[in-house]
Design a protein around this ligand. Structure first.
Ligand code: SF4
Length: 352
């Protein structure tokens, strides 16, 4: 029996029952794929259910406000995915009357749809034999064939894709891609692959050579840079409200935050406070109510060390810290989408 048939036989008996597998409606498949990127199924499933309930069709999503979408997305991280979701929904509704294109060339041009998502949509929804390659598939194939190229580089990935093009089932391409995901997650798992019970152990080269733990080969990423972020929760004691602002750049674009001072080198709390006060011309007569412990927040490209200051003054009402600033009461903070590190601080219950 060939690879594809063996895999599909296994899948027919062991397939994971996932909410989005109950349909081949492209909107649902796309939504699930975007949510599940960089996210574990167990964490992503409640988000998928929330989105489908709030926006049952692409037309509902296309009508949404960005703030609502980012609020629902809150906690998933990689917020550009949430912004792209809305942009693509609007684009498909305006340009394709709400119908997803059924070809790779058109899909790949849409915001937030890369090779993997386009391939998943084409195979699951349109029955096209296009392999979907993610980290799990890279691992399984690199072990099976002992691929010596780093799979986190384009050439290694292309090698795996070409191999998968020869393996994929023409009759059941969507099931093949989903089976690859399930099998590589459940059996050919990252840390303890179950090689003894694996259906491929007669043919798997790294297993036969006793090299399984050497694959996949990955090129080391450069060390992450550190940044020091100091958020200032500024309470105007006259109105008992806090300042928040909308970020207009970076990975957290269009999320909200407290005014922030960012340092590229480690500095003391006093230094951070002085720099923030000078940069923003704050009046001198304010009270520093509290300074939080340090929160470590790891992003794909850098590590943030974050602290929160609570400042109080009756003069803050006249300040003009930023064009996009708003006064909100502490109880209304949950109406705004914040990056996870700020939410963590808010949810731990700070006092003003
Ligand atoms: S034998 Fe082990 S390494 Fe090879 S495919 Fe199976 S689980 Fe993966």
């Amino acid at each position: 029996m060939n690879f594809s048939n063996q895999l599909l036989n296994w899948y027919d008996q062991n397939k994971r029952e996932l909410e989005w597998r109950k349909t081949t409606y492209p909107y649902s498949v796309w939504l699930s794929e975007v949510i599940m990127q960089q996210t574990q199924i167990i964490q992503g499933t409640p988000y998928y259910l929330k989105f489908i309930k709030t926006y049952p069709t692409i037309f509902d999503l296309a009508r949404a406000e960005e703030r609502e979408v980012l609020l629902l997305w809150q906690g998933l991280g990689y917020y550009s995915r949430g912004r792209n979701l809305l942009e693509t929904a609007k684009y498909i509704v305006s340009n394709f009357n709400g119908v997803f294109p059924d070809n790779y060339k058109a899909l790949i041009t849409l915001s937030g749809i890369g090779d993997y998502t386009a391939s998943a949509i084409l195979s699951v929804c349109f029955n096209k034999a296009v392999p979907a390659i993610d980290g799990n598939v890279l691992r399984l194939i690199s072990r099976f064939y002992e691929i010596k190229e780093p799979v986190n580089k384009a050439s290694g990935r292309n090698t795996v894709k070409k191999i998968c093009e020869t393996l994929i089932s023409d009759k059941r391409p969507g099931d093949f891609n989903q089976a690859m995901m399930d099998y590589s997650s459940v059996v050919c798992s990252p840390k303890k692959p179950d090689c003894i019970h694996c259906i491929f152990n007669n043919d798997c080269i790294s297993f036969k050579n006793n090299h399984v733990e050497c694959f996949p080969i990955k090129e080391k990423n450069p060390t992450k840079k550190s940044e020091y972020w100091f958020y200032f929760i500024i309470q105007d004691t006259k109105h008992r409200k806090l300042y928040i602002e909308k970020r207009n750049e970076g990975i957290w674009k269009n999320l909200y935050q407290f005014p922030v001072f960012i340092s590229l080198k480690k500095i003391s709390e006093i230094e951070a406070l002085n720099k923030f006060v000078t940069t923003n011309n704050l009046p001198a007569n304010f009270e520093v109510k509290s300074i939080s412990d340090e929160y470590k927040h790891i992003l794909s490209h850098k590590i943030l060390y974050v602290k929160f200051f609570v400042l109080k003054s009756s003069f803050f009402a006249n300040l003009n810290l930023s064009e996009q600033i708003s006064f909100v009461s502490k109880n209304n903070l949950s109406d705004y989408p914040f990056p996870a590190v700020i939410n963590k601080y808010i949810n731990q219950g700070f006092t003003v």
